[in-house]
Design a protein around this ligand. Structure first.
Ligand SMILES: [Zn+2]
Length: 69
């Protein structure tokens, strides 16, 4: 088997600059050198925060209605 020059080099870690990034999960990249981790599948907002914000918003809305009535 010949080593192709077209083979892309391993991903360089943005933290320590070492090419030691491995694909930990299909969407998670992990650096063996400095434990840097990058999850490409992270949603814009964590579940808990979103739910909390929704409840807070709903409570605020209900309070506003009570004041109006
Ligand atoms: Zn690193």
């Amino acid at each position: 088997m010949t080593v192709s020059t077209l083979t892309p080099p391993s991903v360089q870690c943005p933290e320590c600059g070492v090419h030691s990034i491995v694909e930990y999960k299909p969407t998670v990249y992990h650096c063996l050198k400095c434990d840097f981790e990058k999850d490409l599948s992270i949603p814009p907002e964590p579940k808990g925060t979103g739910l909390g914000a929704a409840i807070t918003g709903l409570a605020g809305f209900g309070l506003g209605l009570l004041i109006l009535l």
